[in-house]
Each structure stands twice: as C-alpha cells, then as structure tokens.
Design a binder for this molecule. Sequence first.
Ligand SMILES: [Zn+2]
Ligand SMILES: [Zn+2]
Length: 212
Amino acid sequence: MYVIEMTSEPAVAGDRDTVGGRPILETEQSWPDCTCGRRMALFFQIDVPADVPHFGGEHLLVFQCPIHNDAAFGPRRLPERYWETPLGGNETAFWRILRHRGGVVAASPDDIIQPLRLALRPSGPDDEWDFRVGGHPAWIQEPEDHICACGADLEFLAQIPENLGFPKRPEAPEQIDTFDFDAYGLCLGNMAYLFACPRRCDAAAAWPINQH
Ligand SMILES: [Zn+2]
Ligand SMILES: [Zn+2]
C-alpha cells in the first residue's frame, strides 16, 4: 500500500497525481456533474500503483459537488447506477469516483480546489490511518461491505482520513458545512473508504463508505 502526500508544488497540465487541477479523463468521458446541475470539483486524482490488487494501473479520480456536502449512505446491495442516484436520504448524487485507463487532459482546470501535486510513497505499519491507496481499510467502526449492482463484491481501493482538508483556491467560496475555512472536505469530513467494482462494470462503479 501507498501513502498519498500533499505537496506544496503547483500542479501543471498533464500531472496525473494531483489535488485540483485538470482531470485526466477517458475518451468521451465528460467532467461529472452533480444531480443539481453543477460541475463537480476535482478533489484528487492518482495513478493507482501497478501492485495494488484489482485496481493497479487504473487512474482514479474523486469529485464532489462544490455546494452539496453530506455523508454517503446506501443499502448493502447497491441499485442500478447507484453513483448517479441520490440514496439514503441524500438530496443529490453529490460525489463521483471514476476509474479508467485513458489519458485525455481536460481543457480547463478545476476552479475550486488549489491545484497541487500529490506524491505517493510505500507505506509502513505506522501509516494505517493515513490518506492512502491499497492495503486494507483501517476501520473506525465495524467493517462494512457493499455489493455492486452487477453482483460483484466491491473491493477496497483507498481511504481518506477524517477531516482531511483539500486546500481551496483563495477566490473560491467557503465550503458549506466545512471544518476548515481554507479547504474543502469530502463527505462532511467523515472517514471515507473508497470501494470499487473489480469487474469494472462501469467507470463510476465505486462507493465511499463513511464512518466517524
Ligand atoms: Zn450539487
Ligand atoms: Zn460492478
């Protein structure tokens, strides 16, 4: 497994491991919109290292609506197209997790999150609670699992620790229900365990399990 570290180096067009910046998408894949119609903010994207089980070699992108900020709740057996269906009392489908093997750099950068480079390094036993990709989830509560609409068991891909702030651009508005006025958080700052479909039934077939 690998720890994902935020650096203070500005991200430039074509960088593949970033917070904010220009998303790298698959051919004919569009920048995701929330069901409210707003373009989602790019929180981060990384190339998943080749030795991560199930997902090595994929490009992972994590987006959330700039104004919708909530925890994700859903049934264990997820319904058809769960990534674009508001579930569990959520008002909107406000997050999107994409994986693919394409390489189209978006024409413009994200306008909410400060574009910075990320650095990945192999993790050790002390990094269990860090922002990381691969390995096993460090559960705060009881372990949870979900079954994709296609029938596959979702597999662990990455975790985002509690109250991890993704620095915002100075000109961007403060996030609604934030824990940090200079940053945006995913899913209200809950711990987020990203699980994804190993069958790749859709580029967006993934789910953020939230705990706190
Ligand atoms: Zn929205
Ligand atoms: Zn699936």
